[in-house]
Write a protein that binds this ligand. Structure first.
Ligand code: SF4
Length: 74
C-alpha cells in the first residue's frame, strides 16, 4: 500500500508567517522558503514546502490550511 503524501499548490499558498498547517504538522515536515524580500526577512514566513521523507500522510495540514493549498497525493 502506498502512503499518500501532502503537497502544496504554491500558487494558492499566501506564505503567512503564522501558517497553521506548518504549526499543526506532528512531523515538522512543513517548512517555509523565504522570498528574500524585506517583509519576509522581518516577519518570517514564505511559500510552504512539504518534506516528503518526513511526511507520514496523516492529513492534518490539509484541514488546517485556510487557503486549501495542501492536498494529498502519491
Ligand atoms: S500530512 Fe501530516 S505529516 Fe504530512 S505534512 Fe501534513 S500534517 Fe505533516
Amino acid at each position: 500500500m502506498t502512503v499518500k503524501k501532502a503537497s502544496v499548490n504554491k500558487s494558492m499558498c499566501d506564505g503567512s508567517p503564522v501558517c497553521p498547517a506548518k504549526r499543526v504538522c506532528p512531523q515538522k515536515a512543513i517548512t517555509q522558503k523565504s522570498s528574500g524580500g524585506f517583509l519576509s526577512k522581518l516577519f518570517g514566513g514564505g511559500t510552504a514546502e512539504v518534506n516528503r521523507l518526513l511526511c507520514t500522510g496523516c492529513g492534518k495540514c490539509v484541514q488546517y490550511c485556510p487557503h486549501h493549498a495542501i492536498s494529498m497525493g502519491k
